[in-house]
Design a protein around this ligand. Structure first.
Ligand SMILES: NC(=O)c1ccc[n+]([C@@H]2O[C@H](COP(=O)([O-])OP(=O)(O)OC[C@H]3O[C@@H](n4cnc5c(N)ncnc54)[C@H](OP(=O)(O)O)[C@@H]3O)[C@@H](O)[C@H]2O)c1
Length: 310
């Protein structure tokens, strides 16, 4: 009999890719979908859908009943206040972990956190991701769990990094912060494969893992621009935008969203994340434990994201 894995966030960027990749494995997939998002369900892959919400304990009980593993990808990546993020990234984790830990036998639980959890002082988002990890720890009892801390993830369907790459392919790189800053990246398909490796080979333990695309010590923005120039066959103009200007724009954007509603991406916290000097991750623990090796470096990832014509 096939084992059942529960996926949350399956209508999102990362969860959607995970469902697609899991479909060719032996796992039976059960996925949470919010009623308002039924239309976002993938047409090609048909998991067993459970309609519900992270705020609704009854739907979470139906979701996890009899599951062997849970991959919690649902999360808030935009918001105007700490409460906007905490409701989903902390409260949602706590509720799902409680319901999961009450199962007999208990499933294994993988939480998709973020490298941002390393620096909770930077933003509402970063704080909520670290507190989400703490919520998992405090509600899981002796349930086995893993926490993945991916760096910036990109690929088809991404809404965060893609606009920046699109500008670069048009010939302009709008950049803020120091030349010396370094960041790790991860192609979304490699992240999905890492999750599947954890499901298949991960130890029964309680552990936090960082991930990156195999490019040791991350990328500088100049290295990223060099890769885009090489793929595009033309030079990219580097437009250095003063941090003070971006901070001002972010403050206005945040204030406007508090007045008119909406979930802003550009906020003062996001700017602090963007100018942070070190977002370099380390793959060693995950690779040595599960055998997962990332396959897609940035040039190939951009080809897979934008198509062979670039
Ligand atoms: N993208 C990155 O670069 C990145 C990097 C590191 C970590 N992460 C983490 O990875 C996770 C997924 O990110 P993503 O980029 O795939 O985000 P996304 O595309 O915005 O997807 C978020 C998913 O969460 C679901 N969701 C939100 N609130 C929910 C609720 N109350 N109940 C049930 N489902 C809910 C959404 O459902 P609807 O479709 O109904 O809105 C959607 O399926 C997040 O936890 C994020 O913090 C992302």
């Amino acid at each position: 009999m096939s084992r059942t894995v529960v996926i949350t966030g399956a209508t999102g960027f990362i969860g959607g890719m995970l469902v697609k990749r899991l479909a060719s494995t032996g796992w039976h997939i059960r996925a949470l979908v919010r009623a308002a998002s039924l239309g976002k369900r993938s047409k090609n892959v048909e998991p067993e859908w459970v309609t519900g919400d992270l705020g609704d304990r009854a739907s979470l009980k139906r979701l996890v009943a009899g599951a062997d593993a849970i991959v919690h990808c649902a999360g808030a990546v935009r918001g105007a206040s700490q409460e906007d993020f905490d409701r989903i990234n902390v409260g949602g984790v706590a509720r799902l972990a409680q319901v999961a830990a009450a199962q007999n036998p208990k499933p294994r639980f993988l939480l998709l956190s973020s490298l941002a959890a390393r620096e909770p002082h930077l933003s509402f988002y970063a704080a909520s991701k670290q507190n989400g990890e703490k919520a998992l720890v405090s509600h899981s009892g002796n349930m086995f769990w893993g926490v993945f801390r991916p760096p910036a993830v990109y690929g088809p369907g991404d809404r965060e990094m893609l606009p920046l790459f699109q500008w670069m392919f048009r010939g302009i790189a709008p950049l803020i912060g120091s030349d010396q800053n370094r960041l790790s990246l991860l192609y979304v398909g490699d992240l999905a494969d890492a999750i599947i490796s954890w499901l298949d080979n991960g130890k029964k333990s309680q552990r936090v893992y960082e991930l990156h695309d195999g490019h040791q010590s991350g990328y500088s923005w100049q290295e990223i621009i060099d890769i885009v120039e090489c793929l595009n066959g033309k030079s990219v103009f580097r437009a250095n935008i003063p941090v003070s200007f971006v901070k001002l724009a972010a403050s206005v954007n945040l204030m406007a969203s508090r007045i008119f509603g909406g979930s802003p991406m550009l906020t003062p916290g996001k700017v602090r994340e963007l100018v942070h000097a070190n977002w370099v991750a380390d793959n060693d623990q995950l690779s040595s434990e599960t055998g997962w090796v990332p396959k897609v470096l940035l040039a190939e990832g951009l080809r897979q994201t934008f198509g062979p014509e670039i």
